[in-house]
Write a protein that binds this ligand. Structure first.
Ligand code: ATP
Length: 472
């Protein structure tokens, strides 16, 4: 064996993911849908393993965290109060020649990346990235419109504002469409579902401060130019924590979470040298944030944001209290004045985590003078834990014994594959490429010594292990 080459290109990862059933382009059979991705049999398992490990690490193994699972569709007031309706925007520029659209800060606007013409971009427009949809049967197909008093009143307000006696509504426009009351947004982050449940959690569990509420789930952003495989998608998955603290003690919790993030990266096998902290300057931070660190990773596309850690003060709970009129204060158990807790938010993106994991795990070496590609995935997230098979598939006694071992391992680990195709060398290569830590082969000796050959993916070493030991 020779030393690993750690250099991996995005094409290597994309091609492995497609070839071996990790990740496919979304709606591919119909020509795709930009910014969407589908997870295949191995991808869904890898993704779930990562998300479950995160839940175990940040929620189950700790005393100071609980979880929630809020609805994706939320009352639009959530996004008004949080500022997303007004400010969740990216600068959009359009080429006057070929009409291609880009995020201004992602290109050199001197020359259009699509048609190559110079000087074709004008001023950027602010483009809101939230996906908007309607709730309920909004088309006027039933011949009657039901609306609340509030909706009618706001409709009348439009008349007042426009100083007109008459408004022409498009055919099929429902009154609720016209007043915008039926508009809902697909959540662009999971965080708000945590904030809106803060009071519910406090009223039901009354946790000691500081404590965190965690949530995992889908988020949607109408990115102007989705790119770089799953790195910038329009539909993706987040794992977020809102960690509520006393305003005077935010610094110690921030430090605790900063270290916990490094431990998490270690757990995933990300090399410490590839994870970097970027202290975000005041001018680049959200106005309410007193400190933000972007955790960046050396992806094949360069050093980019993997996840974020932000001190958000009492901005979110304060806004909810202001807009909803509901009390968001926490009453200290030891007595004292109720106050709105401050919050520290670690925000992890699942897709970027998967890309970082694959980048770190992708190795190339040489075995028996042949190039070998393998994924050195940590055992706890590898989608398949063992591959099992008989040395020869036409020997019934070997197959029977191998089936016994397979059944035992499957009962114990779940994610175990049967492979009796082709010669052992080829089986090892297939298993290596999808990151299976161990291959188990049942040979003629197994029939008498009740032992099997276990081959280690990383070292390619083989050892004899008793069947009782591996399935016991
Ligand atoms: P960027 O600056 O790269 O657009 P962001 O600062 O807007 O990212 P946040 O709003 O902080 O990202 O979201 C938290 C995390 O969610 C990010 O660190 C990232 O891991 C993930 N994330 C955000 N947008 C996307 C996306 N379009 N596709 C995949 N993951 C994303």
């Amino acid at each position: 064996m020779q030393d690993n080459k750690s250099e991996v290109s995005l094409e290597d990862i994309v091609s492995l993911c497609k070839r071996r059933g990790f990740i496919f382009p979304g709606s591919e059979v119909y020509g795709g849908l930009s910014g969407t991705w589908d997870y295949g049999p191995l991808g869904v398992t890898l993704k779930r393993n990562i998300m479950n490990l995160w839940w175990k690490t940040f929620v189950e193994d700790r005393e100071d965290m609980v979880g929630v699972d809020a609805a994706i569709l939320m009352n639009q007031k959530v996004w008004q109060a949080s500022g997303h309706v007004d400010t969740f925007t990216d600068p959009l520029v359009e080429c006057s020649n070929c009409k291609s659209r880009f995020r201004e800060d992602q290109i050199d606007t001197a020359k259009c990346p699509t048609c190559g013409k110079t000087g074709t971009f004008g001023e950027a427009r602010q483009f809101n990235m939230m996906f908007e949809t309607k709730i309920g049967p909004t088309a006027n197909v039933l011949g009657e419109i039901k609306a609340t008093r509030q909706e009618v009143e706001s409709m009348l307000k439009i008349f007042d504002d426009e100083k007109t006696e008459e408004i022409t509504l498009p055919v099929n426009t429902d009154l609720r469409d016209a007043v915008g009351a039926s508009t809902v947004f697909l959540r662009p982050e999971t965080a708000q579902g945590i904030f809106t449940n803060f009071k519910n959690v406090v009223d039901t569990l009354y946790p000691d401060l500081p404590f965190g509420i965690a949530q995992q789930g889908k988020a949607f952003r109408n990115e102007i130019s989705p790119r770089d495989f799953v790195f910038r998608s329009r539909e993706f998955e987040q794992m977020e924590i809102e960690y509520f603290v006393h305003p005077e003690k935010w610094e110690e919790s921030f430090e605790m979470l900063r270290l916990a993030i490094h431990d998490w990266c270690n757990l995933l096998g990300l090399p410490e040298t590839a994870v970097h902290e970027l202290e975000v300057e005041q001018d680049d931070r959200a106005h309410y944030s007193k400190r933000t660190i972007d955790f960046e990773f050396d992806f094949p596309i360069g050093r980019k944001e993997l996840l974020g850690l932000a001190y958000r003060t009492d901005f979110d709970l304060g806004n909810i209290e202001r807009v909803s009129g509901k009390n968001m204060k926490y009453t200290p158990k030891a007595g004292g004045k109720p106050f709105i807790p401050h919050v520290i938010e670690p925000s992890f993106g699942v897709e970027r985590t998967i890309m970082a994991v694959l980048t770190s795990a992708y190795k190339v070496d040489e075995v028996n003078s042949e190039k070998r590609v393998y994924l050195a995935l940590p055992d706890n997230i590898a989608p398949v834990k063992y591959v099992v098979g008989p040395l020869l598939k036409n020997k019934p006694e070997l197959v029977a014994k191998a089936r016994e071992v397979y059944a035992g391992l499957k009962k114990k680990h779940g994610a175990v594959l049967w492979d009796d195709n082709a010669n052992i060398g080829k089986r090892y290569r297939r298993a290596d490429e999808i990151g299976v830590p161990y291959c188990v082969v049942i040979d003629f000796d197994s029939l008498t010594d009740n032992a099997v050959t276990v081959r280690d993916r990383n070292t390619t070493e083989q050892k004899r292990v008793s069947i009782d030991e591996i399935i016991g």
